[in-house]
Design a protein around this ligand. Structure first.
Ligand code: XMP
Length: 515
């Protein structure tokens, strides 16, 4: 942060105990106009005090407080005189650290629950007395520490929200940071504004200034190669880096043979007049031959990550000396690839695939943002709406949608059906309403009848989800006529397909992509 843009005085620190949702907490706090930063859960009270917190949030996490090696916090943070909010595991930590007791197993709750507020406090100011909330826990508080009151309950959890208003300590068993707790943002706003007394001095404009300063500082006079996929993240990254360092930036667009129909041409056209230096590399043969015969999703992802780096290294040699590689890595890529404490869900190509001895220094200014925050940065930078509001497309491309081994015929099935789906969704005027939609080809075949003959062909699965943050998602409610038209066209127009299915799974427990 430069001297002209000091970190706002009102800052909240999220102590991370390995939750899938830690960054979501920080981002929901930032949405309230309050600067929030994630720090390791084991940070000492002294280090934290030096950073001047107005509030502290203890995140959730996959562990159980009494397990060996369970993440712990410095008990000194409860003596700083700063308000603390515990979330899920953070509640267990607060309860056990302050002299109460946590018990495992009895009150397991996963999914939506109805919660009632029983005792008024600043945490629930203005919230309805009954509301739904998202639960995901095995342990629960059994005995509260001295000074704590039970503030809210659900059918399965007597201590769904607790608090010690005198010390300004609060904790919730549910997850206020996920969209499935509709009043969650209001609760977090109550904590940061009502309990901690923070103002509203953080916004995307401050982020852009901050990020540009950081890029300039990191890169100095060095040259930067930027991996441009044409998706929102890398486009915003390129615009940000271009604004920061101008001609020191060269963008590389790699066609890995796993792009959607017409995509390579569209991306080249979109950046043709942008003033960015853009080099297009056709590496499709190389990627597809390395992927031949590989059916394990993680191996596929690692191969793609590795090949990307190889191509960049090669391009670097051809184009001259580049010290830095800019990547549009965003927070869900980082968290789902697993961290020191978070569980690994899948290796996003730009995280899990990186070899240890990478010849580049990485520039990743979007690493702490979510997709919708990246879009707001794009708007702040003046990028066209067609670019900012593009649906996301994963770096490994169609490789993660051809489930199992990638063969030319199944890749073509996904490419053709995806084009039909995109055309029909646009025709129905639904493209802005649905966050992401695509097709998948499963590695099974089923019997059908076409004309008078038996067929034994692949199914196409349509996946369409609504989500704000891509960390949780729900199946989109497509009108039946639209679904039927898509299914008819897919089965009639895509060779090798005799069935079309709709994926009705939420995330969690499913993920958005199939691999
Ligand atoms: P999942 O499947 O993890 O996807 O629920 C969440 C969002 O991330 C996208 N995704 C990726 N994006 N590299 C990317 O750039 C990847 O390796 C990757 N894997 C998933 C996915 O399309 C969805 O928008």
């Amino acid at each position: 942060m430069s001297a002209s843009q000091p970190i706002p005085a009102d800052r909240v620190f999220v102590l991370d105990f390995g939750a899938q949702y830690s960054q979501l907490i920080a981002r929901k706090v930032r949405e309230q106009g309050v600067y929030a930063e994630i720090v390791p859960g084991e940070i000492s009270a002294e280090q934290l005090a030096q950073r001047g917190p107005r509030g502290i949030i203890l995140s959730g996490g996959p562990a159980s407080v009494y397990e060996d090696g369970a993440p712990d916090c410095d008990p000194g943070i409860f003596a700083l005189g700063v308000p603390v909010l515990g979330i899920c595991y953070g509640l267990h930590l607060m309860v056990s650290r302050l002299g109460g007791e946590v018990a495992g197993g009895q009150g397991r709750e996963y999914g939506s629950a109805d919660l009632s507020w029983n005792v008024a406090s600043p945490l629930s100011a203005g919230l309805p007395s009954s509301m739904s909330c998202w639960m995901s826990h095995g342990d629960a508080a059994k005995r509260l520490p001295d000074g704590f009151l039970r503030l809210a309950t659900t059918d399965n959890c007597a201590e769904a929200a607790i608090g010690d208003p005198a010390r300004r300590f609060y904790a919730v068993q549910f997850h206020p940071e996920v969209t499935h707790t509709p009043q969650g943002s209001a609760l977090l706003a109550n904590f940061v504004h009502g309990v901690c007394g923070c103002g509203n001095d953080w916004n995307m404009g401050s982020f852009v200034t901050h990020a540009i300063d950081n890029i300039r500082e990191q890169v100095g006079a060095g040259r930067v190669l930027c991996a441009l996929s044409g998706g929102v993240d890398s486009a915003v990254l390129a615009a940000l880096a271009h604004r920061a360092i101008g001609d020191q930036l060269t963008c590389v667009f790699v066609d890995h043979g796993l792009l959607r129909a017409d995509e390579a041409e569209q991306v080249k056209a979109a950046f043709a007049d942008s003033g960015l230096k853009l080099v297009a590399v056709d590496a499709s043969e190389r990627f597809l031959s390395k992927l031949a015969g590989v059916d394990d999703p993680e191996r596929k992802r690692r191969i793609i990550g590795h090949e990307f780096i190889e191509v960049f290294t090669h391009t670097q040699r051809e184009l001259g000396d580049f010290e830095f590689l800019a990547q549009g890595t965003i927070y869900p890529d980082v968290i789902e690839s697993g961290g020191p404490k978070a569980a690994k869900i899948k290796s996003h190509h730009n995280v899990g695939g990186l070899p240890e001895k990478l010849g580049f220094k990485l520039v990743e200014p979007l690493r702490w943002l979510f997709k919708d925050e990246v879009r707001r940065v794009g708007e702040e930078l003046g990028l066209p709406a067609s670019m900012v509001w593009r649906q996301p497309f994963p770096g490994p491309g169609l490789a993660v949608r051809v489930v199992g081994e990638i063969t030319p015929d199944r890749l073509e099935i996904v490419r053709l059906s995806d084009k039909i789906l995109r055309d029909e969704i646009a025709l129905a005027g639904l493209d802005r309403a649905i966050a992401q939609y695509f097709t998948v080809c499963a590695p099974v075949r089923s019997v059908g009848v076409m004309g008078d003959a038996r067929s034994y062909l692949y199914p196409v699965i349509v996946r369409a989800v609504t989500t704000d943050d891509f960390m949780t998602a729900r199946p989109a409610r497509l009108p039946h006529e639209v679904m039927e038209k898509i299914a008819t066209r897919v089965v009639n127009e895509v060779p090798g397909v005799n069935r079309c299915l709709y994926d009705l799974s939420s995330k969690p427990p499913a993920t958005i992509e199939w691999e």
